[in-house]
Write a protein that binds this ligand. Structure first.
Ligand code: ZN
Ligand code: ZN
Length: 380
C-alpha cells in the first residue's frame, strides 16, 4: 500500500466525482494501475475500481484481500471503499457489480482497456441491463487530477529527489576509465537500491563516446576511455513516486568541442529552469531551451522535448515539447504543484551527446529545483 492520508484520498475522489457529474456519468470504471493507486493507495497488480457518486467499489482477488482490509484501519485507509472479491473472472465480476449498483451510463478509460476487453464488457453490459446500459469512452479523467500534486505527493517527491541527488553524487565517484557501460549501469542500479528506492524507474542509460548520440542507448560492452563524454540517465521509484536525473561526465580532460557542447546544453538547462513560473506555457519553456541551443548553433541536434511530468509514472503530463501548430491549438500553462523534468540535450551523430536533466516543482512564486547535484562538467 502507498501512504496518501485518508483526507487527501477524499479530496481526490471529490475531483473525480465533479467530472462524473459534468460528463453525466453514473460511474467510472478505472482500469489503469497508477490511477487505481492514486485513488486508493493500492499497489497490487490486479484490481478494478468503480467510482460512483456515493462510494468506491474495489474489485480484487483473494491475494490482496488481507492487505486491503488491513489498510482500512490506518490513517491512509481509503474512504468509502467497498470490497468485492472476484468470482469467476474480473470482468464478469465487474458486470455483476455494476448491475448491483443499478447504474446506467458508465464511463471507462479508453486509454487503458484493450479492444478485446472492451468488446466483451460492452456486449455483456448491454445484455445485462438492456438499452439503458451505456458504456462511454472517457479520456484522462484521473490523469487530469494527477497533474497537480497535492502536499503528500510533493513531500514524497521532494524526498525521492533528495535521495536521487545523493545517488548521483555517489555515482560520480564510481565512474572511471576501464569500466564498461554495463558495469556502470550495474553500479548505478545498486546505488539506487541502497538509496532506499523500491526499484529503478526505467532501464538505466549509460551512453559513452559515440553512443551518447542516441538519446535512449542501452548500456553495452563499450569500455569507457579517456576523452569520452558519458551520458548517465537514471531514476528511482520511492514510495510509488518516480524521479529522474541525467548528468554527462567527461572521462579525463574534456576536449574543446566537448566543453563547447556541454556549456551550450547547460546554458539551455539553466535558462529553461529560470523560465518556469505559474502561467507560462509548457511550449514556451521548451522554446527557451530550444532557442538557447539555437544561439549556440545546436538547435538541429536537439531532437526530443525539453521535459516530462513525473509522478506515479516516470513519463506523464505535462509534456514540455515543441509546439506543433497543426495539433497544439490549446496553450497549456504550467501551474503550482506540477512536477516535471528539464532535460535539454545535444546529439551529434558519430561523435556523442550531452544531456543534463533535473526535476522541478512549480510553486506559487516560481520554481523549486528538487534535484541538487553539480552541473559543472566533471572530468573523472
Ligand atoms: Zn532521465
Ligand atoms: Zn526524463
Amino acid at each position: 500500500m502507498s501512504h496518501a492520508p485518508t483526507t487527501l484520498l477524499s479530496r481526490r475522489h471529490q475531483q473525480i466525482r465533479t467530472r462524473l457529474e459534468a460528463e453525466r456519468l453514473d460511474a467510472l470504471v478505472v482500469t489503469s494501475r497508477p490511477n487505481i493507486l492514486y485513488l486508493t493507495n493500492f499497489t497490487g497488480s490486479s484490481a478494478i475500481l468503480v467510482v460512483t457518486p456515493e462510494g468506491l467499489e474495489f474489485i480484487t482477488d483473494f491475494r490482496y484481500v488481507t492487505a486491503v482490509e488491513a489498510a482500512r484501519a490506518t490513517e491512509y485507509g481509503c474512504p468509502g471503499l467497498r470490497l468485492a472479491l472476484v468470482e469467476g473472472s474480473y470482468d464478469a465480476t465487474l458486470v455483476a457489480r455494476l448491475r448491483a449498483l443499478g447504474v446506467g451510463r458508465v464511463g471507462f478509460e479508453a486509454a487503458h482497456l484493450s479492444v478485446a476487453r472492451h468488446a466483451w464488457l460492452s456486449t455483456s453490459w448491454t445484455q445485462a441491463v438492456g438499452e439503458q446500459g451505456q458504456f462511454v469512452a472517457t479520456e484522462g479523467i484521473v490523469e487530469h487530477a494527477r497533474v497537480r500534486k497535492d502536499e503528500y505527493e510533493i513531500r514524497t517527491i521532494r524526498e525521492a529527489a533528495r535521495r536521487l541527488s545523493v545517488v548521483a553524487q555517489q555515482v560520480l565517484a564510481d565512474v572511471h576509465a576501464g569500466l564498461t557501460e554495463r558495469d556502470v549501469a550495474f553500479l548505478i542500479d545498486a546505488r539506487i537500491r541502497k538509496g532506499g528506492f523500491e526499484r529503478s524507474a526505467f532501464d538505466t542509460i549509460v551512453a559513452s563516446g559515440a553512443n551518447g548520440a542516441l538519446p535512449h542507448a542501452h548500456p553495452g560492452d563499450r569500455v569507457l576511455a579517456r576523452g569520452d563524454l558519458v551520458v548517465l540517465d537514471f531514476g528511482g521509484v520511492y514510495d510509488s513516486y518516480c524521479v529522474d536525473l541525467t548528468r554527462t561526465v567527461s572521462i579525463g580532460t574534456a576536449s574543446e568541442r566537448a566543453r563547447f557542447v556541454y556549456d551550450a546544453v547547460r546554458d539551455a538547462h539553466d535558462r529553461a529552469i529560470a523560465a518556469v513560473r505559474p502561467g507560462i506555457s509548457r511550449f514556451d519553456i521548451d522554446a527557451v531551451a530550444r532557442d538557447t541551443l539555437g544561439t549556440h548553433g545546436l538547435a538541429e541536434v536537439f531532437g526530443h522535448g525539453t521535459g516530462h511530468g513525473l509522478g506515479l509514472e516516470v513519463h506523464e503530463d505535462p509534456r514540455l515539447a515543441k509546439r506543433r501548430p497543426d495539433t497544439d491549438t490549446r496553450d497549456e500553462s504550467v501551474l503550482p504543484g506540477m512536477v516535471f523534468t528539464i532535460e535539454p540535450g545535444a546529439y551529434l551523430p558519430e561523435w556523442g551527446g550531452v544531456r543534463i536533466e533535473d526535476d522541478v516543482l512549480v510553486t506559487a512564486g516560481g520554481v523549486d529545483l528538487l534535484t541538487d547535484v553539480t552541473t559543472e562538467l566533471q572530468e573523472l
